[in-house]
Each structure stands twice: as structure tokens, then as C-alpha cells.
Design a protein around this ligand. Structure first.
Ligand SMILES: Nc1ncnc2c1ncn2[C@@H]1O[C@H](COP(=O)(O)OP(=O)(O)OP(=O)(O)O)[C@@H](O)[C@H]1O
Ligand SMILES: [Mg+2]
Length: 595
């Protein structure tokens, strides 16, 4: 290598470029090498972290090619590429794959950022994420390097430039000092944590790793980030640099507090947790219909969140500062239901209070009336309710004076009301009045993509409520929970998590030994579901698709865990008892980003 005399623009900001290279390598889990237009190595990681500021004397044909063509170059099998053909250094070359992006500044190529794979895993990662990595590097190079150089030509200040760079990253970044005081949080991190600079800077923030590693690539783990009285589960990497801790959040957070910026953004509705496809559709529907006056009927199995959804609709409507009155038609005896709903005047019947009583419909005036278990409403009261809805007025028992009311009715049922109508148990005219906007809630077994999110949501909810320490959760437990068919839906899951946070010793991990037998004793999980199918153990009454889905979910989980644990496909395949080819097929099928 030969030293060069005049410094290139990139070399002039070498320390910043070096930090940028390290960050990029850490985020993408690849080696990074950055050279300037003179083929001087400006920055690098791993084996490229030496001879900085020195002109490369090897042929470095790929880097040269990018500089000459000013175009991106991708090589997924180095040494076999035509460019590598006449390379005299071929024998010593350790590169397996290469993605080189030109750094363009004022229309000139000033250098190359290259991502390099040195082992099979990294090679796979480049191959599998070509587009994503290439777009990312181009984007980051366009915005940051060019901006750095712009600033450099002015009165550039390295730390200002660096914080600018971090602030514009696509990942959330937190920097904590040695006392865990937050020193820096970029805009994305603040958004993910739904917090502001004022709230967070200087606060003590702790990052604690969870045992469960549902990560999108090696090195990412779930962390509980706690500050003030809040805790959030965030996927990311924690690194210690000198005495500071840097927390880099992963690109994709399976967390509800993240909002996307696209125009068909899924509305974030407080306390309505779920991001799987059916929940996204549901949330969009709810936010669309909430402001209107039309009656909504929510159908869904027990424990699917009908009441949660009714409340969400009310909160999103312009009636949200008016009463939300809920009445469970099944829980109140027939004689009382009428007086509860419509009220009565004094002396209306024996035993009536001497002052009379306002009914719940009237109490809900200008607000929302939630009629839960509407299928259990007796026919006689159905008739009276229908009259009230049509005339928009109620007549308390014993009164001849109707009272005008303005209510929005949301009803809920877990029965098949159409069947009730056919059987004459429910008035058809009332059914159509109430069922103007039908909303159907999917059972939990069809929302398995949300399971991990919901588990952590309920763990968080109950630990906070009871004032306990947030426990870890073993991968085997996650797999068993994923395999279970949850007949009681979210209520059952919530109760289960409440039970588990109570029984797990403080600060420890929830293991299978703590699970109740109906979940723990689902017959053992076999990884290859094609082999396992004949002996699949999910409730035999269950629809076959559900069993398969649960098994697939479980298989995906196990594979992801094994990949994270070993960081090596061969070892992961050995542990799972499947061939490497099968493993690759499964990684592709489940879109797992490999370790
Ligand atoms: N999407 C959700 N996000 C967070 N919590 C939920 C969600 N759905 C349901 N829950 C929780 O699950 C439990 C059951 O929900 P809810 O009472 O709304 O169900 P339901 O459909 O009305 O059940 P039932 O038919 O038995 O009355 C509650 O503790 C609720 O807070
Ligand atoms: Mg309910």
C-alpha cells in the first residue's frame, strides 16, 4: 500500500465516516469497507479496519469498477464474477459476496461504500436482502454522506454532523451514559417510544434483554426499555462504546406504538392491540365508521374484545366526551331490564322508588349506548327498544310524556342472531335497525401473528398493575402458547398471563414448568410439520386449518429461535433434527431473515 499526499473529501471527514461504517456494519450485520475515489481506504470494519488512509495496492477490481462506472455493483459469488477473472489476488480473496454503492457528490463519484460478506451466513443475507440493502445504502449515502460533505465545505463540525446523521437514520437510536441517563434519542426512537425530547433527556432509562428472541436478524433481541413509570418492548441491539450504551432499534418493530407514514396508515387505537392483517382491517373499519351516527353490531366469540371495540368506537366518535353507557342484557332479570333501560316515574309500580328513576337510554343521551349480549333481550323489550329507536324518544314506565333522546347504539353478541331471527327469538325489524354496520371480531386462533405482541402486552399490563418485575419468557413457552387453540380468546390469554406473572419468581423466566397442564401437555412439538401432521396434537375437534396454522406458527418460532441461538444454519438444523436444505426451504417459506 502506498500513502497518498492530498486528502480526498472523504478522508477529510474520516472519523465521521469511520463511525458511520461501524454503525452500518452493526445494523446490517455485514462488513463495511469505504474507499475514496483514489482507492484509499477511508473506513472499514472487521478485516478492513486497518491500513486506513492508505491506498489499496491489491487489484480491488470490484471497487474500481464502481468508481469507473459510477454504478452499483452486486456480486453474490465473488471470484466467479467476470470482473474477478483476471484478478491476481484471487487466491487470497476471502470475500464471498459484495455490494458496492458509489458515493456521488456534486455529480462526481467521490468513493464507494461496500458491504462485504465473509462467511456463508453473510453471503445469504446479502443474497436474500439485495434490494433492501442496496436501497438502504443508497439512501443513507445520498442523504448523509452528501450532507456531510456539504457541511464540510462550510464550517463543518464533526459532532453536529454526526448527530445530524444519527437523527436522520431509519433506526431508532438511544445513547445512555454510564449512569443510564439518556444523553441522546433520535426522532425515530422518540416516535417508537411515543415520547418527546423534553420528557426523556436526562431521564434514567434502562434496557433489559428478554429471554425470548423473536428477532429479524442475528443480534437483535427484545428489550424492555423502561423510563419513568413506563416500559416498552423494543427489538434492538445494545452496544457499549467506551462507557456509553448505544441502543440501536431494529427496522421493524412489532410494536403498536409505531405508526407508519403511508397514506393507508393503520390507525393506532389505544388499548386495542393487534397488528395482524385482520386487525389492521378492523382498525381501519372502526376509525372510518366511528364518527357516524349509524348503529353498529359487533359479533365475535366470547373474549375476542367486543367491549374493547365498542369503547374504541365511542372514543373515536365525536360523542367521546359524552356518556358511554354499557348494559349487559343477559345479566339483568327481564322485569328489571325494562325499568333499567327506560326508567320509571314515581309510583309506576309496586316497589318503585318514590322519586322515580332515569333510564339508561336517557342517561346515554348525546353519547353511546352499548347493549351487550343483545341476543338475550326479551322480545317484549325488543319491541319497546325498536319504538324508542324509531321515534328517537323514550317513555319511562308509568309516564305518558315521551323524552327525546339522541343516542348511538352499539350492540354486541356472541350468538348467531340471524338464526335467532329465523327461530322467532329476535325481531327481524330490530335486527336490521341494529345491524346497520356489522363488525366481526376474529378469534385469537386466527390472529396468531399477534400472539407474541399480545403476550408481551398482557405481561406488561399485569406486571405493572400488580407492581411486579417483568419476567422473561422461555422460547418453549412461546411455542406452546402458539400451539394452543385459545377457546377463551384474549380474555383467556390475559388471565393466563396474569396467572404466570403471579407464579413466576421475581426476576426469573417463565418456563414450561409453570404452564397449566392443558397447555404444557400438548403432545410434544415436532419441528417438521409435514412429518408431524399425522400426529398433530391441537384439539382434535378443531378445524384442520387451525391445527396446521398453529403448528406452522410453532415451527416458525422454533426455527427462528434456533437460528438466533446458534447464529449458524448447520448447527440450527442439527438441533432441529432437519436437513440443511429443509431449513433453507423453511427460512424462505416463513420469510425468516436468517442468522
Ligand atoms: N384487542 C385487544 N387489545 C387488548 N386487550 C384486549 C383486546 N381484545 C380483548 N382484550 C382484553 O381481553 C378481555 C376480553 O375482552 P372483552 O371483554 O372486550 O371481550 P368480549 O368479546 O366482550 O367477551 P364476552 O363475549 O365474553 O363478553 C378484556 O380483558 C380486554 O381488555
Ligand atoms: Mg363482553
Amino acid at each position: 500500500m502506498v500513502a497518498v499526499k492530498t486528502q480526498s473529501v472523504l478522508m477529510q471527514i474520516q472519523p465521521t465516516i469511520m463511525r458511520f461504517a461501524k454503525m452500518l456494519a452493526s445494523v446490517l450485520q455485514l462488513e463495511v469497507e469505504i474507499v475514496d475515489v483514489n482507492m484509499v481506504r477511508v473506513a472499514g470494519t472487521g478485516p478492513y479496519d486497518k491500513s486506513l488512509g492508505v491506498k489499496l495496492k491489491t487489484n480491488s477490481r470490484l471497487l474500481k469498477h464502481v468508481i469507473e462506472t459510477k454504478k452499483e455493483k452486486v456480486v453474490t459469488h465473488s471470484r466467479t464474477d467476470p470482473i474477478c477473472e483476471d484478478c491476481t489476488d484471487k487466491q487470497n480473496c476471502r470475500e464471498k459476496a459484495f455490494l458496492g454503492t458509489p458515493v456521488i457528490f456534486q455529480s462526481a463519484c467521490v468513493g464507494v461504500i461496500s458491504l462485504v460478506a465473509l462467511n456463508n451466513e453473510q453471503q445469504e443475507r446479502i443474497k436474500d436482502n439485495l434490494r433492501e440493502f442496496s436501497d438502504y445504502v443508497q439512501h443513507i449515502s445520498n442523504i448523509f454522506i452528501s450532507k456531510l460533505l456539504d457541511d464540510q465545505s462550510g464550517e463543518g463540525n464533526a459532532s453536529r454532523i454526526l448527530s445530524n446523521l444519527i437523527d436522520n437514520m431509519d433506526q431508532g437510536v438511544l445513547i445512555l451514559d454510564k449512569n443510564n441517563n439518556l444523553r441522546f434519542a433520535n426522532a425515530v426512537a422518540l416516535k417508537i417510544l411515543s415520547s418527546s425530547h423534553e420528557q426523556l433527556i436526562g431521564e434514567v432509562v434502562s434496557a433489559r434483554a428478554l429471554t425470548f428472541q423473536g428477532s429479524f436478524s442475528s443480534g437483535h433481541m427484545q428489550y424492555i426499555i423502561s423510563f419513568g413509570d413506563r416500559s416498552e418492548i423494543i427489538i434492538g441491539q445494545l452496544q457499549t462504546v467506551q462507557e456509553n450504551q448505544i441502543f440501536l432499534m431494529a427496522f421493524h418493530q412489532s410494536h403498536s406504538s409505531i405508526s407508519s407514514e403511508s397514506s393507508n396508515e393503520v390507525p393506532q387505537i389505544e388499548h386495542l392491540i393487534g397488528e395482524c392483517q385482520p386487525m389492521q382491517v378492523l382498525k381501519r373499519l372502526i376509525s372510518r365508521i366511528a364518527p357516524g351516527p349509524s348503529s353498529v353490531m359487533i359479533a365475535g366469540e366470547s373474549g375476542t374484545g367486543k367491549e374493547v371495540v365498542a369503547w374504541a368506537i365511542h372514543k373515536l366518535s365525536n360523542r367521546n366526551d359524552k356518556p358511554f353507557i354499557a348494559i349487559n342484557c343477559a345479566a339483568i332479570p327481564e322485569q328489571l331490564l325494562e325499568s333499567e333501560l327506560f326508567g320509571y316515574v314515581k309510583g309506576a309500580f309496586t316497589g318503585a322508588s318514590t322519586t322515580g328513576k332515569q333510564g339508561l337510554i336517557q342517561a346515554a343521551d348525546k353519547g353511546t349506548l352499548f347493549l351487550d349480549e343483545i341476543g338475550d333481550m326479551p322480545l317484549i323489550i325488543q319491541a319497546k327498544l325498536l319504538r324508542a329507536i324509531e321515534a328517537r324518544e323514550v317513555q319511562p314506565i308509568g309516564s305518558s310524556r315521551p323524552i327525546a333522546v339522541d343516542i348511538r347504539i352499539i350492540s354486541a353478541t356472541n350468538q348467531n342472531l340471524e338464526k335467532y331471527v329465523a327461530e322467532g327469538k329476535f325481531r327481524e325489524d330490530l335486527y336490521y335497525r341494529l345491524n346497520v354496520i356489522p363488525v366481526t371480531l376474529p378469534p385469537l386462533r386466527e390472529r396468531k401473528d399477534d400472539l407474541s405482541l399480545l403476550i408481551h402486552y398482557f405481561l406488561n399490563l399485569h406486571t405493572k398493575r400488580i407492581g411486579l418485575v417483568y419476567p422473561g419468557i422461555a422460547p418453549e413457552v412461546m411455542a406452546l402458547l402458539a400451539a394452543y387453540h385459545w377457546p377463551g380468546n384474549l380474555r383467556e390469554l390475559s388471565n393466563m398471563m396474569e396467572y404466570l406473572v403471579n407464579v413466576v419468581p421475581s426476576g426469573e423466566v417463565i418456563t414450561t414448568s409453570l404452564l397449566p397442564p392443558n397447555i404444557a401437555n400438548q403432545r410434544h412439538i415436532v419441528v417438521d410439520i409435514n412429518r408431524a401432521r399425522p400426529e398433530q396434537t391441537c384439539d382434535s375437534n378443531e378445524q384442520p386449518e387451525h391445527g396446521t396454522h398453529a403448528l406452522e406458527e410453532m415451527e416458525k418460532q422454533l426455527i427462528a429461535e434456533a437460528l438466533v441461538r446458534h447464529g449458524n444454519k448447520k448447527l440450527a438444523a442439527d438441533e432441529l433434527g432437519i436437513g440443511i436444505a429443509t431449513l433453507y426451504r423453511k427460512i424462505k417459506k416463513y420469510e425468516l431473515l436468517s442468522a
